[in-house]
Each structure stands twice: as structure tokens, then as C-alpha cells.
Design a protein around this ligand. Structure first.
Ligand code: TRP
Length: 331
């Protein structure tokens, strides 16, 4: 029997190249070895996305994005969190085992409070209960599916540890292994993905390159990458150039070698380096973009695919909740 890997994808924005190398590719790699359960965490997104059209669109785009990038829904159970109501029943059960103090210590909540204090606002300003209890909902997502490992970025490891602790509290109370204790599997950034301004590519910096940008837009964005004022004839250090760091992610070893030599020799300007980057990027992203556009052109088919995933998910989730209800005496 394969072990179970589960992760949630919060549909709060459009996917970019940083997501592709930092989260999507490693998770798809993991799905080859594990029994994978990947889902769209739409109720987590509700905490911040309050516009219905935007949320609806984000959910479809993120789901289509993962499919276009290679998620195989025949092998990986792929579903929307909102389609698995057992999640919310388990959340209620877990609430009774979650110390309020544990939630007070959650980094995301603490950062929001600190931000208010820094601005001399009321410490609770703009903080909803969804943000405060975010780790409990996430624990339910994880524990519902008997997950062994949870591939996440560093910022989410504390949440997985909390899920572990909450599960332990339940098991301890009933003196039974009712819930499997999950472990985070940290997705070390395989490589740093620099953004347009040279800082780490991130939505919060506004320096991203969308994964499915049309070819023309992709080219425009590549041409906008910030460079220094070195002249064409000057020799350049490839490793100090974000153009080259991005290039490395898309190019073959031979191509990498060749471009590094051209950098060091001098005589190549930033414009030429960008052209070369655009070429390899567009080569890899064109088939993804075409699959993405095809999936987005048939939303009913996408919704049906997600509904199929939800059905499989609910079989597992229903069994977990039944087991819990029996153990707690609400059966
Ligand atoms: N909180 C995660 C994020 O912001 C998304 C998420 C929701 C998740 N539920 C999860 C991740 C369960 C792993 C497991 O990225």
C-alpha cells in the first residue's frame, strides 16, 4: 500500500512561474510515489476573497492550471474542499479539542495582530474568525484523509504541526488511534525563482510572470525584467543575473552552458539575453498554455471532473467521520 500525500491549494490568485517550480512541479513528482489527494481549498480562500465572480473564476483557473501542468485525475484524487461537507463536520469535532491558546500562537494570526498594533489599530481590526480558526479547518482537511505527509511551503509547516497536535489530543482522549498523525514534507524551493524586479517571485511583491500568459504578454514581461546598466561589451556574471537564473529553470544543460559562456565573454547585451530566455520559456509553457486554454473553454467538463473527484473523496471522508462519531458518542 502506498502512503498518502495530501495538499490544499488556496485559490486566491492566478498561478505564476514561482508556483509552478515551487509547488506544482514538486507535488506532481510526489504524486508518482504516493497516493495523492490534492484539493482546491476554496473555503480557506473565502477568508480573503469576498467577490463571488473573482472567487468562482479563481477556483476554475487554479484547478485548470494544475490539470494543464500535468495532474492526472485518474491517479490523484482531485476535488474542491467545498464539495466535501464532511470537512466541516470534522472541523466542528476538532474545535472541541483545540486550545484557544494554540490558535493565538498561529503565525498568520499573530502577524495580522502585529500589523494592527504597528498601525496603532485595534488588535482585532479586520481579523475574522475564519482567519483565527484557519488551522482547525486545515487540520480537518488533512486528518479526514488519513494523510501521512503534507507537502507544503515553509510558511505552512506550523499549521501541519497543529494538525498533528490536535489529532494527538483526540487520540489521547479516546485512548485510540482514531486519527493518523501527519507530518509536513517541506518543499525546499528547488531553485529560487526570481521575479521581474530580482526579488523572489511572489504575488505580494507584484513581480510575477503568470504561468499561462499569452505569448505576447509573456514576451512583454520578459522584456520588462530589471537589469543593471552594464554595457553590451562588458563580460557578465551569469549567476548574478536574474535573467540567467530564470533561464536555468527552462533550459537544457547544454543551453545553460552555452549561454553562460556568452555572458562571460562579453559582447552580449541584456536584450539578447532576454530574447534567449523568452525562447526557452515559451517553448516549455506553450503546451501548458494550450492545455489550459482548452480546459477553460469547457467549464462544465472541468466541473464534472472535480465532482467525480469529490465523490471519491467523500467515500473516504464519510468513513472517517463515521468512525469519529462512533468514538465520541454522537452516533
Ligand atoms: N493553507 C494552505 C495555503 O495557504 C492551503 C491549505 C488548506 C492546505 N488546507 C490544506 C495545505 C491542507 C495543506 C493541507 O497554502
Amino acid at each position: 500500500m502506498k502512503k498518502i500525500a495530501l495538499t490544499g491549494i488556496k485559490p486566491t490568485g492566478i498561478l505564476h512561474i514561482g508556483n509552478y517550480f515551487g509547488a506544482i512541479k514538486p507535488a506532481l513528482e510526489l504524486a508518482k510515489e504516493y497516493d495523492a489527494r490534492y484539493f482546491i481549498a476554496d473555503y480557506h480562500a473565502l477568508n480573503t476573497v469576498k467577490d463571488p465572480d473573482e472567487l468562482r473564476d479563481n477556483i476554475r483557473r487554479v484547478a485548470a492550471g494544475w490539470l494543464a501542468a500535468g495532474l492526472n485525475p485518474k491517479e490523484t484524487i482531485f476535488y474542491r474542499q467545498s464539495s466535501v461537507p464532511e470537512t466541516f463536520e470534522l472541523t466542528t469535532i476538532l474545535m472541541a479539542f483545540t486550545a484557544k491558546g494554540l490558535m493565538n500562537r498561529a503565525h498568520a494570526y499573530k502577524a495580522a495582530v502585529q500589523d494592527n498594533l504597528d498601525k496603532q489599530n485595534d488588535p482585532d481590526a479586520g481579523i475574522n474568525m475564519g482567519l483565527y480558526t484557519y488551522p482547525v479547518l486545515m487540520a480537518a482537511d488533512i486528518l479526514l484523509f488519513d494523510s501521512h505527509i503534507v507537502p507544503v511551503g515553509r510558511d505552512q509547516t506550523q499549521h501541519v504541526e497543529m494538525a498533528h497536535d490536535i489529532a494527538q489530543a483526540v487520540n489521547f482522549n479516546y485512548k485510540a488511534e482514531l486519527l493518523r498523525l501527519p507530518e509536513a514534507s517541506i518543499q525546499e524551493q528547488v531553485a529560487v525563482v526570481p521575479g521581474l524586479d530580482g526579488r523572489k517571485m511572489s504575488k505580494s511583491y507584484g513581480n510575477t510572470i503568470p504561468l499561462f500568459a499569452p505569448e505576447k504578454e509573456l514576451r512583454k514581461l520578459v522584456m520588462r525584467i530589471v537589469t543593471n546598466s552594464q554595457a553590451v561589451e562588458e563580460p557578465k556574471d551569469p549567476e548574478a543575473s536574474q535573467i540567467y537564473l530564470l533561464y536555468k529553470l527552462f533550459a537544457s544543460p547544454e543551453e545553460r552552458q552555452t549561454l553562460a559562456v556568452r555572458y562571460r565573454a562579453g559582447g552580449m547585451g541584456w536584450g539578447a539575453a532576454k530574447e534567449e530566455l523568452f525562447r526557452v520559456m515559451n517553448r516549455e509553457l506553450t503546451p501548458l498554455r494550450e492545455r489550459f486554454d482548452a480546459i477553460m473553454a469547457d467549464i462544465p467538463a472541468l466541473d464534472a471532473l472535480l465532482a467525480e473527484g469529490a465523490e471519491k473523496a467523500r467515500d473516504i471522508a464519510g468513513a472517517t467521520v463515521a468512525r469519529l462519531r462512533k468514538a465520541i458518542g454522537i452516533d
